[in-house]
Structures are given as C-alpha cells and as structure tokens.
Write a protein that binds this ligand. Structure first.
Ligand code: AMP
Ligand code: MG
Length: 347
C-alpha cells in the first residue's frame, strides 16, 4: 500500500489541509496523526472493518481495547450509557487533554473497540490538528498509539514513518508531540474511580477533583496483574535488554557505574539513560540524557525518543536511571517498568 505523508505545521495550518485525511477516515481508511500525548493511529470507531485495519497495521492483540477520540463533548452522549457526575467534573477540568475516561458503553459501539468489555474508553485530545481532523470527519475516531505493537510509542512523524510506512493510508507529520507519554486512563465505570494507567494527568491533579480516586497497584509493581487489558503486555520495549535503577540519585549513579564495569568486561555494548544532573558521572558506554530532574515533564517528552535512538545504535543493554514518583514521575516509571519487562533494581 502506498502511504501518503502530509506535513503540517502545528502552529500554522488551515482546515483545508486536513480535508483529504478526514475523507479517508470517512471512507474507512487509516490515518496516523499527532496528539499532545503521542501519535495516534486513527480509523472510524463505528466501522468494524476500518478498526480491523488498525489492529492489523500495529499487530495489536485483539483482547486489547481501543480509545475512542472525540472532538466535542456532545459526541459523548451517544457513545455511553450514562455520564456520572464525577465524569462531568473531570471533563470540565481536563478535557480537552491527556485524560481518557472509561464509562459504560452504549449499544452503538462495536465489540472490536472494547474487546468485548461492557465499558468504553473515551478521550478528547487537545492538539489542534487532532481535534480539527476528528471534527471534519465528525466521527468518533479509534486511535491507539501509532507504533508497531510492543515498540516505543511514536513522539515524532519520523517515528510513525519508521513503523507504519506502506501499512496505512496517510501519515500526518505534525512534528514532535508535547507530552510524549500516553494519556492517563481513569475508570469511572465501576464502584470506585480507579486510575488504570498513569499518564499526562497526574494522580495528584485527579485527587483534587476526585478525592477518593485509587490507583491500580499493578501500574508500578511488576508482580500484580493489571485490570486494564493493555497493561499486561510488555510494552514500549526497545530491542535491547533494559534495566531500571531506582532509589536515591547518588545510589543509582554508583550502582549503574558498577554495572557498566561488569558489562564492558563481558564485551557488551551499553547505553545509559541519564539525566542532565548525572550524565557527566558515567565514563563508559553511550550516555544519553533524558532531561533535567528538576522538570520531569521534560524527561517524559524524551523517553520514547531515546529508547528508539538506542535501538538504532544496536546496544545490548540499556541501563536507565529511574525518577521519583511525584507528578508525571509515576507515568515515566510505569513506562520504564513496561519497557524493561519489570527489570527493576532497587539501589
Ligand atoms: P493505547 O490505545 O495503546 O494508548 O492503549 C489504550 C489503553 O486503554 C490500554 O491499556 C487499554 O487496555 C485501555 N483500555 C481501553 N479501553 C478499556 C476499557 N474499556 N477498560 C479497561 N481498559 C481499557
Ligand atoms: Mg500503545
């Protein structure tokens, strides 16, 4: 299949630039587009055949449900059975934005979207390209991340091209995404509001709106079985073995340096994911910084990009510094845990 690449300037584009892509969505095709979290792989969420193409292009397991993306809040009514009060409060505060809300599904939604569950995940993205595209199509758009299943999520048009060229109809290249990690998934379909996946909206922010919100412990503990189907897979995974080191920064640096010595002796090619504050403390291996520890949002932005860079460099082992669990730190550690297959060392 020939994939059309459409370059769009996020800061300066016209509705007409997206007309071709929106028509392809209406016609049952697949279009990759930027959101403020990561790039999405979009298709008409009410068309089973179109959604099947997403699963095929990604190689995604069919028991992993998809998020429906909407452009305006009034699209929500027909997609869910009811909208509880706390959902309205979350929508007021966080939409458009990186919060996915799970509610009881309406009969309108095909089983392929929900993998047979009685609930559905919905988000209204903030990125203007995404919203304009969805509004032009005037459809709920199913859109998982636009990477091959298992690979790090794409945070630039180049990443999407790497994974999806020849597999889908259109790639809208709108440059780098802002947040760099996926949305927070909040389940409001059960008795107790629960965060199923940490993401762009933090636990602390949600707690201000829903004081009794709880977190699925499996988000950060590799031994627990997650409640969200997608969270059980090894995800975001680089080709190399990856080890994450967590604890006090000084202890992390010391332990990683010991490991570097060991692996170099074994003849391995090593990549180190450091931070601005620590990158000069490692003498061997390929050192890349994720950003400053003072601004975890900058680390979130670069994580998937650096994982892909290490793939290209064909390192054997990635030694990664962990971060504290406040703010977006939880989402970062969750992705690192998944990327490493739970290979975490407490220093
Ligand atoms: P992705 O589309 O790759 O960002 O992943 C979507 C995430 O939302 C996965 O972890 C899914 O398992 C989760 N998800 C989607 N729909 C539901 C649902 N109805 N119940 C629980 N988790 C869901
Ligand atoms: Mg994904």
């Amino acid at each position: 299949m020939e994939t059309k690449i459409v370059k769009i300037d996020k800061e300066d584009f016209k509705k007409e630039d997206l007309l071709g892509a929106s028509q392809i969505l209406k016609d049952g095709g697949v279009v990759a587009f930027p959101t403020e979290t990561v790039y999405g792989l979009g298709a008409n969420g009410l068309d089973e055949m179109a959604v099947k193409k997403i699963y095929k292009a990604k190689g995604r397991p069919s028991d992993n449900p998809l998020i429906l993306h909407i452009g305006e809040v009034d699209q929500l009514d027909s997609l869910v059975e009811e909208i509880p009060d706390i959902a309205f409060r979350c929508i007021d505060k966080f939409w458009p934005g990186p919060l996915t809300i799970i509610l009881k599904r309406s009969h309108k939604i095909p089983d392929i979207i929900t993998a047979g569950l009685d609930s559905v995940a919905i988000r209204m993205p903030e990125e203007p390209i995404a919203r304009e595209l969805i509004n032009l199509a005037s459809l709920p758009i199913a859109a998982p991340s636009a990477n091959l299943s298992g690979r790090p999520s794409p945070t630039s048009g180049a990443h999407v091209i790497e994974d999806m060229i020849g597999k889908i109809d259109v790639i809208i290249d709108g440059g780098d995404t802002g947040i760099g990690l996926e949305s927070t998934v909040l389940d409001l379909s059960g008795d107790r509001p629960m965060i199923l996946r940490p993401g762009g909206v933090s636990y602390e922010e949600l707690k201000k709106i829903i004081p009794h919100v709880i977190e699925d412990r499996a988000n950060l503990e590799s031994k627990e079985i997650p409640k969200s189907p997608g969270q059980k897979y090894r995800h975001y995974a680089p080709k190399a073995e990856m080890i994450v080191f967590q604890g006090e920064t000084e202890d992390i640096v010391k332990t990683i340096n010991e490991r570097i010595g060991k692996y170099i002796y074994e003849g391995k090619k090593i990549g180190v994911m450091a931070t601005d504050e620590t990158q000069d403390r490692y003498s061997k291996g390929i050192i890349k910084t994720l950003g400053t520890r003072k601004d975890k949002r900058s680390i979130a932005t670069k994580l998937f990009k650096v994982l892909r860079e290490f793939d290209e460099l064909n390192v054997d082992i990635i030694l990664s510094e962990g971060v504290e669990l406040d703010d977006i730190g939880k989402a970062i550690m969750n992705r690192m845990m998944k990327a490493s297959g739970g290979n975490i060392v407490n220093c």
